[in-house]
Design a binder for this molecule. Structure first.
Ligand SMILES: Cc1cc2nc3c(=O)[nH]c(=O)nc-3n(C[C@H](O)[C@H](O)[C@H](O)COP(=O)(O)OP(=O)(O)OC[C@H]3O[C@@H](n4cnc5c(N)ncnc54)[C@H](O)[C@@H]3O)c2cc1C
Length: 258
């Protein structure tokens, strides 16, 4: 049996539900034993105890939730030859996960501006969901005067799952929020009536249509490294200053040998 991690450093989370969007994309709903402090957009270091390892096997995951709540969500993609995600896919409700107590990261709302262009591939929308849930949890007079454009892409619509529904609802009920789900393989999604193409293909069009003033806008990019590089190049071509371009790269692409 693996030994339990130090309770001063780790919180023991309980898996309450796994919600599968596809075979490889799911949300783990977890319950923490105490409210979790974080700034929306940050990530937690989460994992499992594994028999032959002296310490838990951990990876960073964007936290979805509102600060000081005990319910958290992790929107995950299974990496077939990965070490942790295949183990997470085998968990049943009631299983324990371990999370470093300190939730960290600098991918948070840029409060120097009020217009926010947020680009995400699939699971990379997590930080924006936390930012928007928290923004909306404040009463109207307490809210900053922000405007948000969220562009959320996947190969297939079903990968966007409950977050597409949630963000569509926010956009329908709040004029400060625009949400553009986009699917890059529309021929495999015959019922899809939304935007078509990769995030970086449709970003400029929707950013222009939103009419955000360049001197009061930040660009956020989260998820797949290729999208991040291309979206950032669009931001640079638009002459957005470097300090207004933010990124959370979920992994580094593996080099393939010829
Ligand atoms: C700040 C931060 C936040 C993150 N948040 C999330 C999140 O909210 N949801 C999420 O699903 N992932 C997130 N990740 C990625 C996550 O930490 C792991 O890298 C991923 O879950 C794979 O872990 P693994 O142990 O299964 O694979 P590993 O054994 O760690 O990795 C195996 C290989 O797969 C590559 N890889 C990792 N992820 C992918 C991917 N998606 N597609 C293709 N190759 C990949 C790695 O670069 C590595 O070469 C985040 C990463 C960072 C740095």
């Amino acid at each position: 049996m693996p030994t339990s991690p130090d309770p001063d450093r780790y919180l023991q989370l309980t898996l309450t539900r796994r919600e599968s969007f596809t075979e490889d994309i799911a949300v783990l709903h977890v319950e923490a034993p105490e409210p979790v402090e974080f700034t929306p957009g940050q990530y937690a270091t989460v994992g499992l105890t594994v028999d032959d390892l002296p310490r838990p096997l951990l990876r960073p995951y964007s936290v979805i939730g509102t600060p000081n709540d005990t319910h958290l969500e992790f929107y995950l993609e299974r990496v077939d030859d990965g070490r942790l995600t295949p183990l997470l896919w085998d968990l049943e409700p009631g299983a324990s996960l371990w999370m470093r107590r300190k939730v960290v990261g600098r991918f948070v709302l840029d409060t120097d501006v009020t217009h926010h262009v947020m680009a995400a591939t699939v699971t990379g929308v997590g930080p924006y969901v936390s930012i928007l849930r928290t923004w909306l949890s404040r009463s109207e007079p307490e809210r900053r005067d922000d405007r948000f454009l969220v562009i959320h892409g996947g190969s297939y619509a079903r990968e966007l799952g409950r977050y597409q529904e949630e963000l569509t609802e926010y956009a329908a009920t709040h004029s400060a929020i625009d949400y553009v789900p986009t699917v890059s393989r529309p021929h495999e999604n015959p019922d899809w009536v939304g935007e078509r193409g990769r995030v970086e293909d449709v970003l400029r069009k929707h950013w222009d249509a939103a009419g955000f003033p360049l001197d009061d806008t930040a660009l956020y990019t989260c998820g797949h490294p290729q999208m991040i590089d291309k979206a950032q190049a669009i931001g640079q071509r638009a002459a957005l200053p470097d300090e207004r371009i933010h990124e959370e790269k979920y992994f580094v692409e593996r080099r393939t040998t010829a």
